[in-house]
Structures are given as C-alpha cells and as structure tokens.
Design a protein around this ligand. Structure first.
Ligand SMILES: *[C@@H]1O[C@H](CO)[C@@H](O)[C@H](O)[C@H]1NC(C)=O
Ligand SMILES: *[C@@H]1O[C@H](CO)[C@@H](O)[C@H](O)[C@H]1NC(C)=O
Length: 284
C-alpha cells in the first residue's frame, strides 16, 4: 500500500515535470497561430491579413532590432491590434543568464507596447527541464508547438499569385490527415521574418476557417487564466517587486481571456489525477 502510494507520488511528480511546456490547445478545434523571432518589415502585412480575418495571434518577439523604427512601429501595432506579445529566448541564453535577458527584453518590449510579456518560446529542441523550472518560477508561461509550418525552408520562396506555396501546403497537409469530424487542437509556428510565410497567411487563415478551426491567442489556447491567477497568488506571498509586477499584469490578462473562476478550473484540471489516486488506493 505504502509502496503503491510512493509510486503514485512519483507519477504525479513526473506529471508535474511536463506541466509548464504546453504543445497544444486544451479544446478540440482550437488553433493558435504563433509568430516567432519578429517583428520584421513584413509584420505589417501580416497584421493587415489577421485584421481582415478577425484573427488574433501571438508574437514571440526578439528585442534585438527594435531600435529600427519600422520594426518598433510594427510591434506597437501588433499590441494595439490586440495580439498577444511574448518573448523569444535566444539560443545563446543559459539558465544563468535567462533572468537578466528576460528582464531586459521585457523592459524593451514594454517601452513600445506598455505591456509586460508573459509567454516565452525557446528555439529547438526547447528548454531543458532546468531552464523550464527557472522561467516558470519567474512566472512566465512556455509553449512549444505541434504544427510546424516549416517556413524556415521557404526563405527564398516566391509565393504564387494565388497566395499559396510550401508554407500553406505544409499546414494543409498536416491538417488534412485529420478526418472530420475530429479537428484536433494545434499550436502552429511561423516566423514573420519569412516573407513567404506572411504572404501565404491569408490562404492559411481561409483554409483553417473553412475547416472549422477557431483561431485563438495562446492564453485562451492553453487556458492560462487558472494558472496565471495561481501564479499571482504565489507572487502575493513572495512579495518581491518584479514578480508582483508580472503577477499583476497576468491577472489583467486572465480576466480578459478567461471568465471562469480560476481556482475551480485549476482543481478541475487536477480532478483526473485525484480520481486516479483514489481508484488505485481502492484497488489495493
Ligand atoms: C538589452 O537588450 C538589448 C537588445 O537585445 C541589448 O542591445 C542590450 O545590450 C541589453 N542590455 C543589457 C543590460 O543586457
Ligand atoms: C477559401 O476556402 C474555400 C474553402 O473553404 C475555398 O473554396 C476558397 O477558394 C478559398 N479562398 C481563397 C481566396 O483561398
């Protein structure tokens, strides 16, 4: 009995290990479009396409080139258009340097957006468990993706006049493998530094809408309301100024994105584990 409980505790610990790196949305039929490593000179065209389709997306931006007024204008517009602005963590950043990087990058982004980024994206192969622990401990949310547009292969691609090309074909090819009525749920990655990816976005938006997907920002995709509120409560206890700052902004985000009572949603999420523990105890 005790040994079994030990295994259950270990099992839960392992589950906790993967909590923190989200790869898909929590609801069937959702698709979150994410754009990494921008902004770029093409981001404005992308923002117009998104606005025409009435779609909100998520941008994981790099702080490096924002002294370029075209890029900073595009970033500012992305924020005022209501898109979610997160940060891309550069490959060179280590566990030891990540806190300083994020503080600096957040301050730079906040300067243009009046908005504290909370969502992070790491380059492949994704953050190490240690890195994930550090950044989630700082209150950030980390996502990966399960739909790779592979637009990095389209750097020199010329999009055909019908607005289609390899990026559209890759996205369509993956989604077409799912036979309706099942839609699955996706976090898609593109890079707004790739012109072909931006040019093919209207076709991608039209196609996913036609298939019945609901395009959402990452906070709605991963149901961030519950966790963000939880992080906020934890911050209230720790009382350090930076985390409080982040927590406060997160609360605003949570209210905007998710009306459900956060505590309740969080316990519902844990309900299957609780049932599993109970069932195992009863069996023994
Ligand atoms: C902050 O980030 C900018 C843009 O990447 C960089 O130029 C600057 O050196 C950084 N400052 C510090 C203190 O790290
Ligand atoms: C939009 O998608 C529909 C199918 O859902 C298709 O018939 C139509 O040609 C598409 N339009 C464009 C501009 O891609």
């Amino acid at each position: 009995m005790l040994a079994a409980l030990g295994w259950i505790v270990l099992g839960l610990a392992a589950l906790n290990g993967v909590v923190g790196l989200e790869k898909e949305c929590r609801k069937e039929g959702m698709i979150a479009f994410t754009f990494d490593q921008g902004p770029s000179q093409y981001t404005g065209i992308l923002l117009t396409s998104l606005a025409k389709a009435g779609v909100k997306a998520t941008f994981h931006v790099l702080p490096d080139y924002l002294d370029n007024p075209v890029l900073s204008a595009n970033l500012r517009r992305a924020a005022t258009d209501g898109h979610l602005i997160g940060l891309f963590v550069k490959e060179s950043i280590t566990e030891a340097s990540v806190k300083a990087y994020l503080t600096n990058a957040s301050a730079i982004v906040k300067q243009y957006t009046n908005y504290q980024p909370q969502f992070l994206r790491f380059p492949l192969p994704g953050p190490s468990p240690g890195m994930l622990k550090v950044v989630t401990g700082l209150g950030y949310r980390v996502t990966s993706y399960n739909l790779d547009s592979q637009d990095y292969q389209a750097l020199s691609e010329v999009t055909s006049p019908d607005g289609k090309g390899s990026v559209f074909a890759t996205v369509k090819g993956i989604l077409d493998q799912i036979v309706p009525p099942t839609l699955g749920s996706f976090i898609c990655v593109q890079r707004d530094i790739v012109q072909a990816s931006v040019q093919q976005m209207p076709a991608i938006l039209n196609y996913t809408k036609g298939r019945g997907y609901k395009a959402v920002k990452l906070d709605e995709c991963i149901g961030a309301g519950a966790e963000l509120k939880a992080a906020d409560d934890a911050d209230d206890q720790s009382g350090t100024e930076t985390t409080n700052d982040l927590g406060g902004d997160m609360k605003g985000q949570a209210v905007k994105s998710n009306g459900a009572p956060p505590k309740c949603a969080e316990s519902l999420r844990l309900l299957p584990y609780a049932c599993f523990v109970l069932a195992t105890c009863l069996l023994l």
